[in-house]
Unconditional design. Structure first.
Length: 159
């Protein structure tokens, strides 16, 4: 099965200068826990999570409307996949990078969707087939992305 058969295509995004109050309301109104941050060419440059918002606000000691997305985004390389990638390839990226959500980009690098662990869990089947991923594959990735990691040094530098 290909990523584009499972990914969410109704994706909300924000710009680096969008304040966190606006981003939080996008999350609330669209029932999601992460919003891709895109540049002026609609290319994703970061994923902003609800956790990033709460930790960023606490570290900066400012209200959400006084903090922009770029001030709390992780500066490390953003992982992504393409719609024509196999689900197993996307799972491998998520597993290795310990991420729960992958922006899906087109050949020009523009955002066209998001693939999340939730999408994969709901699509998993008892046995691996060409049409799906197995429970075991998804559970292995979910276990790996759930391992706690040390805080990113760039986040700590915001203090």
């Amino acid at each position: 099965m290909k990523v584009n058969q499972l990914m969410q295509t109704q994706v909300k995004s924000c710009q680096p200068d969008t304040n966190l109050e606006v981003v939080a309301m996008l999350m609330w109104n669209n029932d999601c826990g992460a919003i891709p941050v895109v540049n002026e060419d609609s290319r994703p440059i970061a994923m902003l999570t609800d956790r990033d918002i709460s930790i960023g606000s606490a570290i900066k000691h400012k209200p959400l409307w006084d903090i922009n997305a770029h001030q709390v985004c992780d500066s490390s390389e953003l992982l992504s996949c393409h719609g024509e990638d196999d689900l197993q390839a996307a799972l491998s990226i998520m597993h290795a990078g310990q991420v729960r959500r992958l922006p899906v980009v087109d050949d020009q690098g523009k955002l066209v969707g998001i693939l999340s662990m939730d999408d994969l869990i709901l699509a998993a089947t008892p046995k691996k087939t060409k049409a799906a991923v197995s429970y075991a594959e998804v559970m292995s990735t979910l276990k790996n992305v759930s391992i706690p990691v040390k805080p990113n040094a760039s986040i700590l530098a915001m203090q």
